[in-house]
Each structure stands twice: as structure tokens, then as C-alpha cells.
Design a binder for this molecule. Structure first.
Ligand SMILES: *Cc1c(COP(=O)(O)O)cnc(C)c1O
Length: 428
């Protein structure tokens, strides 16, 4: 199995563990920044290009603040995500509010913050209008249905709950125009963790053609096209990252032949990627607790599925490095498990790894997005800490680990004493 590089040595992690016990997530600032700058550079040809970081991927305000300093906006879909954006100073049109099945209170918050409202359904036009009035800038999410193939995680667009149909979209812009809305955007997102760059070029083409059609039919001008997120990352050592420069060049070609040729430029391009922004640059660090040999060989870690649920939930591959054994032969086959009372609590099944012993430090790769964020408390598990490896090599805590007090904060144990059982059953 080929090695995947790490931004820290075994000795550095051992010294971090002295003050921050495993398990924890650690993010690599230098790599996050380099990648963010590369994304911006790839699309620099488009004036007004902006990435709205999908907050759900890594909802940590320290990470968000780093990205905000690079000019990234925030793609939010809930009240707490709006709070995080506000806390890092991302407000107004720096926020893309792409929600669905949205409660009134969240539309009110989004409006108060001046966020771009990206509506998920035609019925929400009247809903928002009745609630807070239509904003000056409106965006709708398009679901191309059978027009576009989906992929494994997001499924087929026609089965996806998101977005307007084509007919609804045109009707929706007509309604907004007739009610005095002056500024328009359009959005679609039909892939998740997609490694085929052509997919994003095709998506742009589909949106560009639609923009021409709607602009001509309704006489409105689009300010931006939001191509969504969904750019995949190479979780497996034999996979290749999406070539951003190639994708951007392909999109530019369609921009020139469709948007420019149709006299519809300038049109700002937006992305709302999460996974590719932080995913490869976050690691779950854990220690081997027990080895178990029954019908199979098991390595039991001090992390479990509540720290990273992708392998258990999707059967997703996450590469595993055993620190200090990078060059040892992978001549053992292990299931790498956590301590949850669920048999899918496995980080790897039948993985070829070097021989392991209790105390080995294990690094689980590509845990920077949809990792800590998807954490949960099932089985009384406490969420782990998050650390940031700064550019100067220092590791700082950006979220402490949960305690039992945090876990039980919503329970009132004092009231429990006064809680009377109406007719207690006597146990002989
Ligand atoms: C999840 C999501 C994203 C981010 O997706 P990634 O795969 O992390 O890039 C962006 N936009 C919307 C609407 C989403 O639901």
C-alpha cells in the first residue's frame, strides 16, 4: 500500500499528545491556505469569482476565519451555521443561505444578516415574501432531473429532494421579476465527492445555457451562477485529485461560447465546496488500545465512529498510517474498530497494515471535512478536540473535547429526584 504524506512526524505527534490526549482531529493550516489560494488562482479569469465554503463540512470558526481571510464566503443552511458565519465576520452577501425545508426563523435571520437567499422551492417565494419580503437579490436552486446524471452519494437528481424543476424555475423568476426583484442568481448542485472534472464543466454548461434561455425569455439579468460544491478528493492512494486548472479552463471555454457570445457577461461564478477545501488537510489521530484475535484480527482504537462516521455510514475508504511503521511491510490484515456497540463501527475492514501493538499511534487521513462535523453522542461517546497545526509548526487547540458535563447539560438530574413514579411495581 502506498504511503500518503503527513504534515507532521511521529515525534511531533507524540509531543502534541503530551498535552492533548488522543483521539483528536488536527488540521494543517499551511496546506489549507495553499489549496485555497490555488482554487482562487484557477478561477482568477472570472471577475467576482468566489468560493462560499460549505460550513457543514468543518463548522469550526477558527478554520472559517482562515478561509474568510482568503476572501471565502460561507455557505450556510441552518441558524447555527449563520451564527458561525456572523462570529467570524462573514455577513451580507458573504453568506449564501442554501437551505431546504427552511423554518421561518432561519429565513428571518438570513434576511437580517443580508445573506444571499438561495431558495429551494417555488412555494418558498410566497413564504419568504409573506415573512420578510423578497430580498433585492434572489437565487434559486435548480434540479435538472433526468437531464443530468447524478453520482453515488447524491443519487439521481430526479430522486433528490432539492431544487426547482425547470418549469418552476422559469415561473419563479417571472414571479420575482413581477414583484420588483432586480438582481438574480442561479444555483445547482448535482454531485458529491465527484472526481471526474468533466462533471463540473458539464454542470456549468447546463447552467449557462439555462441562463441564456431565461434571460431571453424574461428579460432579466443574472449576476451570478453558483455551481455548487461536490468536488471530490482522492481518499484512496490510487485516486487522483480533480485538476482545478483543467476544470476552470473548460468552464471558461463554455463561458466564452455561451455567456459572452450571448452578451450576458459579466457573470460571476461561485462555488460552494466543502470537502475539497478542508478534507485532505485534516487527520484523526488515535491510539491503539487493544488487539483482539477471534475469527478475524481486530485493532481496537480509542477513536470510534462518533469521531468519523464516513466509513461506517458509507463504507467509505479512509487511508490509515501507523506512525513510525510507514516503511514496515503491510503483512497483517486487520479490521480497525472503535468501541461503539455497533458492528459497523469500523474504520477499515480487512485492511493490509503493518503489525500493530497497543500504544501504536494511528493517523486516519482525509478526515478534515464531514469528519468531526458529523460527530455524535450515541452510546455516551464524547466528541473529541480539534487542533490546528499552525504554519509555524505550533499545534493549537481550536475546540476542546467534550466532557460528561457537556453531554448531560440538557438533563436536570436534580429534578429527577422529585420525579415520582405513579405506581411503582414492587420487585418482590
Ligand atoms: C454539502 C453541500 C455543499 C458542500 O459539498 P462538498 O461535497 O463538501 O463540496 C455545498 N452546497 C450544498 C447546498 C450542500 O448541501
Amino acid at each position: 500500500m502506498s504511503n500518503m504524506p503527513l504534515p507532521f512526524s511521529k515525534a511531533e505527534i507524540e509531543s502534541i499528545i503530551c498535552s492533548a490526549p488522543t483521539p483528536f482531529h488536527i488540521y494543517d493550516e499551511r496546506a489549507i491556505l495553499a489549496n485555497a489560494r490555488r482554487l482562487k488562482a484557477a478561477f482568477a479569469w472570472n471577475e467576482g469569482f468566489r468560493e462560499y465554503f460549505a460550513v457543514k463540512a468543518t463548522p469550526n470558526p477558527y478554520i472559517m476565519k482562515l478561509l474568510a481571510a482568503e476572501g471565502f464566503g460561507a455557505d450556510c443552511s441552518s441558524g447555527p451555521e449563520l451564527t458561525l458565519a456572523e462570529q467570524v465576520g462573514v455577513v451580507g452577501e458573504g453568506i449564501m443561505f442554501t437551505s431546504n425545508d427552511t423554518p421561518a426563523a432561519e429565513y428571518e435571520r438570513a434576511k437580517a444578516l443580508g445573506a444571499i437567499m438561495n431558495l429551494d422551492d417555488i412555494s418558498h417565494i410566497d413564504y419568504v415574501d409573506g415573512l420578510v419580503g423578497l430580498p433585492e437579490l434572489i437565487c434559486y436552486r435548480y434540479n435538472p432531473g433526468a437531464l443530468k446524471e447524478g453520482n453515488a452519494i447524491i443519487g439521481h437528481p430526479e430522486d433528490a429532494k432539492y431544487g426547482f424543476t425547470r418549469e418552476q424555475l422559469i415561473e419563479g423568476y417571472r414571479i420575482a421579476r413581477d414583484r420588483g426583484v432586480k438582481r438574480f442568481g442561479i444555483h445547482t448542485m448535482v454531485a458529491s465527492n465527484e472526481l471526474n472534472g468533466e462533471y463540473f464543466v458539464e454542470t456549468a454548461q447546463l447552467l449557462f445555457e439555462l441562463i441564456v434561455e431565461i434571460s431571453n425569455e424574461l428579460g432579466i439579468r443574472f449576476e451570478f451562477a453558483n455551481l455548487g460544491g461536490g468536488i471530490g478528493i482522492p481518499y484512496r492512494p490510487d485516486e487522483t485529485a480533480v485538476d482545478l486548472e483543467w476544470v476552470s479552463a473548460g468552464i471558461k471555454e463554455r463561458y466564452d461560447s455561451i455567456i459572452k457570445a450571448g452578451n450576458l457577461d459579466p457573470l460571476k461564478l461561485y462555488l460552494e465546496c466543502g470537502r475539497m477545501v478542508t478534507g485532505p488537510y485534516g487527520y484523526l489521530v488515535s491510539t491503539v488500545r487493544h488487539l483482539k484475535h477471534t475469527y478475524k484480527d481486530y485493532v481496537g482504537l480509542d477513536a470510534c465512529m462518533t469521531n468519523l462516521m464516513r466509513p461506517g455510514m458509507y463504507g467509505a475508504y479512509h487511508h490509515i498510517t501507523v506512525l513510525g511503521k510507514e516503511n514496515a511491510p503491510c503483512d497483517h490484515v486487520y479490521d480497525v474498530t472503535g468501541s461503539l456497540c455497533e458492528n459497523n463501527d469500523k474504520f477499515a475492514v480487512a485492511r493490509e497494515l503493518p503489525e500493530m501493538v497497543p500504544g501504536d499511534i494511528v493517523v486516519i487521513h482525509d478526515a478534515g471535512a464531514h469528519g468531526h462535523a458529523m460527530g455524535f453522542n450515541y452510546n455516551g461517546k464524547l466528541r473529541s478536540a480539534e487542533l490546528l497545526l499552525r504554519e509555524n509548526g505550533e499545534a493549537v487547540q481550536i475546540r476542546r473535547e467534550e466532557t460528561e458535563t457537556d453531554l448531560f447539560a440538557t438533563l436536570d438530574f436534580d429534578a429527577l429526584a422529585d420525579f415520582e413514579i405513579a405506581s411503582p411495581i414492587a420487585l418482590d
